[in-house]
Design a binder for this molecule. Structure first.
Ligand code: ASP
Length: 710
């Protein structure tokens, strides 16, 4: 049974943002907004409804479109495992993949899907006991212990489901979600890259767009219907509900809505957090990622296999760096950080005018600012620590080994040691095999050199001692390169067979392992662990401050807010609509096949002959748009979405599938901090383009029949 989250009231019109949790949907006048179906068929806590067709697909969203567990999501959500399946001979990324028979559906290794089965508010249980401590670290420990206790008990009493607690408002409200897991997922169809990712990085986060960013997967379960890992004997999953398709698609100004799993937004964060992101984090990360992308492109030149190997990583870094640059532009255009500070000043005045409110909340903003003054003062050093291991998985593994060794050596009793070996070494082993495929000595060495070079330039407050010591020992670039070459040549961490043995069973062997890389990380770890301790205190402090900040803001604005996106199921609605993104520019809401053809240049935009032929013959079949007199490809709408909404179904007023969400316009990237109708636009691939591609390009009649399209 579904219970409601603590009642949060807000007005039903779309004032500023709208990633509504399921529990809030009852507060929206959906009929008035434009919905034609009964709201109870959209979301019914006590029965089957449209919500049951929505799936979390890894970090993306998808939806069931047949009774046999067929799901539609984005090409870019399938990209990682399709790249992993691809070889120079069978290049599925370049050419696409179609399983004409069920037994040819390829395992999407590592992909787990989940369906929200039910939820309940557990805020008071999670926070129980926190009121008795003033120690910020203790507070976080209590929250973590309570969270684990509740989740363990729920998992026990709900066999077959996986339970997770999500923090809705920092330090304040928590909801337990029960999920049905689907662990055997297979690839049914993915179009060729020249359709699925037409325009590549150039067009990413850009409108007008002409991309067929969609893919079809199928979920399988054990013959008895229970969730199971991949097995050839598994059978297609039978969803409670699947989406019907509106083959006629959608028009400008029509009402549309999305159900999906938006990943992360920061709208309820304070001004000082915005300042830190705008002035430090976003710049640091985009600079680092740009550097990594250039390096991989340089290394991949002339090597097809290296290009395939790096393709997934380049794509994901490029996606982030462009998004961050969009955000940086948005911060300036909106003047967002200053606005936030102004708003907090007004709030402070309001609180101070009322002695009760002042006593309760008067110190919240000043305290938050104090915390962030320190975060900002130490940002360059902390960002170095946050990212150094991400550029070098071998170094990361060396660091993990060092940390485990140190922890083990500190244990004194035999029992504790035996327990540690039994419980922790398997974790270290699992971490190793996760990192192993990403190890790449040449790329890593270059990354380390770049990052320590940057860190060496930090001001005196932000020096990293381990880096400075390294510079003293190896003062020239040549010496640093040489020693890194030696360390990487000597380490056995890159030898899977050796490490597999070292980390097998409950043996103590790993404690005896040492090499130069481990020694290097030992120095880094000492420093990092010291600062981690400080960070934990800060996080504990912020945890209670932010809970009070939300209350203070509610008192000030006389309303409750919607929780930030946190990868839980949300609903958003609005209209298919163009906009004025930039000076002298109006963007219409539909693109067509004409635009696909026009963009072709043979370099950034490559087209398959078949697409050109079909266009020349104006062979759009039943999918032609009556007034555009062309095949609609992508469309634009003013809904509130973010990363994680990739692959979400876009549904019309009757709840029928009309598109697959895959991106936002450049000006909308800032909406993670502040949504606004003037600049927030999301992008979907039109269902007519999906069906046309399946019918005319892939000639996948099996798929069309399953989708009930003829
Ligand atoms: N294309 C985006 C992503 O994958 C989706 C979005 O953020 O709107 O992150």
């Amino acid at each position: 049974m579904l219970l409601s989250i603590a009642a949060i009231l807000f007005s039903s019109h779309k004032a500023d943002e709208g990633m509504f949790p399921l529990s809030e949907m009852k507060n929206i006048d959906l009929k008035k907004a434009g919905l034609r179906m009964e709201p109870i068929d959209l979301y019914n806590p006590d029965g089957v409804s449209l919500v049951d067709a929505i799936v979390r697909v890894g970090g993306c969203t998808g939806s069931f479109v047949s009774n046999d567990g067929l799901m539609v999501t984005n090409h870019h959500c399938a990209f990682g495992f399709v790249a992993a399946m691809s070889t120079v001979q069978n290049n599925y990324i370049r050419d696409g993949y179609l399983a004409k028979e069920r037994n040819l559906e390829a395992q999407a290794k590592g992909l787990v899907c989940k369906i929200t089965a039910s939820y309940r508010d557990v805020s008071s249980e999670v926070l129980m006991g926190t009121q008795n401590t003033a120690d910020p670290v203790e507070r976080l420990k209590i929250i973590a212990t309570n969270t684990k206790k509740i989740t363990d008990a729920e998992n026990k009493s709900n066999p077959g489901l996986s339970c997770e607690i999500s923090e809705m408002f920092t330090g304040k409200s928590f909801v337990l979600f029960r999920y049905q897991l689907l662990k055997d997922v297979r690839l049914v169809y993915v179009p060729a890259r020249s359709i699925g990712e037409y325009g590549g990085e150039k067009d990413n986060w850009v409108w007008p767009r002409h991309s067929g960013d969609f893919a079809f997967l199928r979920a399988y379960v054990a013959p008895d219907g229970s969730s199971a890992e991949y097995n050839a004997n598994n059978v297609p999953f039978k969803p409670k509900r699947f989406l019907k398709i509106n083959t006629k698609g959608i028009n400008e100004n029509d009402f549309v809505f999305i159900l999906g799993y938006p990943g992360r937004t920061f709208r309820n964060q304070p001004a000082a957090f915005y300042k830190y992101h705008e002035e430090y984090m976003l710049k640091y990360v985009s600079n680092l990622y740009d550097w990594q992308i250039n390096k991989m492109e340089e290394m991949g030149k002339g090597s097809d296999s290296l290009q395939i190997k790096y393709s997934g990583k380049i794509k994901s870094l490029a996606n982030t760096t462009k998004n961050y640059k969009g955000k940086l532009q948005g911060f300036r255009r909106v003047g967002l950080t200053e606005k936030k500070f102004e708003e907090e000043k007004d709030m402070q005045k309001f609180l101070q005018a009322d002695s009760t409110l002042n006593a309760k909340f008067g110190n919240v903003v000043p305290e938050i600012n104090k915390v962030y003054d320190e975060v900002i003062a130490n940002a360059p050093r902390n960002l170095f620590f946050d990212y150094i291991y991400s550029v070098a998985p071998t170094l990361q593994m060396a660091a993990a080994l060092d940390n485990y060794k140190v922890a083990y050596i500190q244990l004194s009793s035999k029992d504790d040691k035996a327990n540690y070996l039994r419980n922790q070494v398997p974790k270290l082993r699992a971490a190793y095999f996760r990192l192993y495929p990403q190890m790449d000595p040449e790329l890593e060495k270059a990354g380390i050199l770049k990052m320590i070079e940057d860190a060496h330039q930090n001001n005196n407050n932000n020096k990293v001692v381990a880096v400075e010591n390294f510079y003293k020992k190896y003062p020239t670039l040549e010496a640093r390169e040489k020693v890194l070459n030696q360390l990487y040549a000597k380490t056995k961490i890159s030898k899977a067979e050796f490490m597999g043995k070292l980390l097998s069973d409950s043996s103590e062997a790993f404690v005896k392992y040492n090499d130069g890389l481990v020694a290097l990380t030992h120095d880094l770890n000492i420093e990092m662990n010291y600062f981690d301790e400080i960070d934990r205190k800060r996080d504990g402090n912020l945890n209670s401050l932010l809970a009070r900040y939300a209350d203070a803001k509610s008192a000030f604005k006389q309303k409750q807010f919607i929780p930030d996106a946190n990868a839980t199921l949300r609903f958003t609605y609005g209209f298919v609509r163009g906009y004025y993104p930039n000076d002298a520019e109006f963007n219409k809401p539909f693109t067509t096949l004409k635009g696909v053809i026009e963009k072709e240049d043979g370099i950034d935009y490559e087209l398959m002959q078949v697409v050109k032929d079909l266009y020349a013959a104006r062979d759009f079949g039943q999918f032609i748009h009556p007034t555009l007199n062309d095949l609609p490809v992508n469309f634009l709408y003013n809904l509130d979405t973010t990363g994680g909404n990739s692959g979400s179904p876009v549904l019309d007023a009757d709840g029928k599938l009309v598109g697959v969400n895959f991106d936002r316009a450049y000006t909308a990237t800032i909406n993670d901090y502040a949504w606004n109708e003037a600049y927030s636009r999301s992008v979907a691939v039109d269902i007519r383009y999906v069906l046309w591609t399946i019918q005319k390009v892939a000639q996948a009649n099996n798929l069309l029949a399953e989708l009930n399209v003829n």
